[in-house]
Design a protein around this ligand. Structure first.
Ligand code: TRP
Length: 461
């Protein structure tokens, strides 16, 4: 099994999605979500939205619209992780751990913060006038978004590259300070954080807006994604063109209309349109063709979008399912990180290696490992309690020796942090189907029994 590349990106939930967002970010991300060689994480960066927007209604509405957009456009939520940042409580928790290793000077150099200070200075104001600590801390929250899932690739626009570099700096600093403690806590040999890389796709078009400048809310030149067919047609008719008359040759390469057409058309259609431009197609006719092309792509998703927006409870349900799935990764990871920095209150209450007596009192002394092969031809194991209750259930392994390795890892550990990190190392291939404490206890006992057996054997030899 080759490891998948973990890709992660956040969508700030302030506005309403437009065609530029669709072509530049949403469409390529959804395509990537269908690939087998990537594991993708897409999330609604609603905590980040609070930095930019203090209108609760707008925040709530935008979150809903953006979630519905991605679902309507066919994001494969069985494969991808799709969640709201604010549902992952480990993100703000990690934000604080990272805040404490981030130098203030690094944050002083962030472009967005610096630009705000420069504006104040130009206006003869105090440098920090009107700047919230949220804006200042923005890069740390973003680092937490990325590092909590140890994403390797982060597709972003150019304006975000500095933030990814800061996430690397912050992650590296944490690795340096706490790497050894983390390795001790997890009995592993890896650093806590993978250092992420920014991916800016040169091939993905930045779509021009109505006036020919980049389509952007700040230029007020956008075409919203979810217009009705009629409104979309009207918007397309509003695209600015030059005054060349029908029959006059037109230059495709400088035409924003052509650039938008290209973003929606196949290469054959684009070549045909280029020819039509040279042949002097009328602007009105070209606009009609562009509208038809856009409508062909968006008509069906638009229906789905409308249906979803009329059932917000369904959107909520899918987001909560996404959060649950994501937290299966982030929860054990934060436990190991907390332990690394010396905050392991969750484990302190339990003895690290309970004696057999203590275990017997918990009724788990005779938990049993069962290995088996399913009809699908693949290999599994489970841990069954004395009373027959299922404690642990693995997912499928291709080979029986992989099952052996997994069980060995589980047996070798003791203590909550070790259990959490082992679960992480096994990459979600073991599900805990019972009270975590019961499972932990059963495993600790089994490990103890194994150790005793080995000691007895060593004494014999
Ligand atoms: N700051 C990003 C933007 O404005 C959104 C974002 C938040 C993000 N967290 C992220 C992007 C993590 C990538 C990874 O576009």
């Amino acid at each position: 099994m080759t490891a998948k590349i973990r890709t992660l990106t956040g969508i700030t939930t302030t506005g309403t999605p437009h065609l530029g967002n669709y072509v530049g970010a949403i469409r390529p991300a959804i395509e990537a979500s269908h690939r087998d060689d990537v594991e993708s994480f897409y999330f609604l960066a609603d905590y980040h939205a609070l930095v930019k927007c203090e209108d609760p209604q707008r925040i709530a509405q935008s979150r809903l619209e953006i979630a519905a957009t991605w679902l309507a456009l066919g994001l494969d939520t069985d494969r991808a992780f799709f969640y709201r940042q604010s549902d992952i409580t480990e993100i703000p928790e990690l934000t604080w751990l990272l805040t404490c290793v981030t130098s203030k000077g690094l944050l002083n150099r962030a472009h967005a913060y610096k630009a705000a200070v420069d504006r104040n200075t130009a206006d003869n104001e105090d440098g920090d006038a009107g700047i919230s600590a949220g804006l200042f801390m923005y890069p740390v929250l973003m680092a937490a978004d990325i590092l909590i899932f140890n994403a390797q690739r982060v597709p972003v626009g150019r304006d975000q590259i500095q933030h990814i570099e800061m996430a690397r700096d912050i992650g590296q600093r944490f690795n340096h300070l706490y790497g050894a403690a983390y390795r001790a806590a997890t009995r592993g040999d890896s650093d806590p954080f993978v250092l992420p890389e920014a991916v800016t796709d040169e091939h993905v078009a930045t779509l021009p807006g109505l006036d020919g400048r980049k389509m952007s809310k700040s230029y007020n030149n956008t075409i919203p994604l979810w217009l009705s067919a009629k409104e979309m047609k009207k918007a397309v008719l509003g695209i600015v063109t030059d005054s060349r008359a029908p029959g006059e040759a037109k230059d495709a390469d400088t035409s924003n209309l052509f650039a938008i057409y290209q973003a929606f058309a196949s290469s054959e259609e684009t070549a045909a349109m280029r020819q039509a431009f040279a042949d002097g197609i009328a602007w009105g006719e070209a606009k009609q063709m562009l509208f038809e092309r856009i409508d062909a792509e968006l008509a069906a998703p638009r229906e789905r979008y409308g249906a979803l927006m009329s059932r917000p409870a369904e959107i909520e349900e899918r987001l909560l399912a996404g959060a649950k799935k994501a937290r299966e990764r982030s929860a054990p990871f934060i436990a190991a990180l907390r332990e690394s920095v010396g905050l392991s209150t969750r484990t302190a209450a339990r003895p690290v290696t309970p004696g057999r007596g203590a275990a017997a009192a918990h009724g788990s002394a005779s938990a049993q490992w069962k290995r088996y092969r399913e009809k699908d031809g693949r290999f599994y194991f489970k841990l069954v309690a004395a009373d027959g209750g299922l404690l642990l259930q693995s997912s499928a392994f291709e080979r029986p020796d992989e099952v052996g390795v997994a069980i060995d890892r589980l047996l070798a550990m003791s203590g909550q942090a070790a259990i959490d990190s082992t679960m992480l190392a096994l990459d979600g291939r073991v599900g805990i189907c019972a009270e975590v404490a019961t499972v932990a206890n059963a495993l600790a006992v089994l490990a103890e029994i194994e150790r005793e057996k080995r000691a007895a054997k060593a004494a014999q030899d």
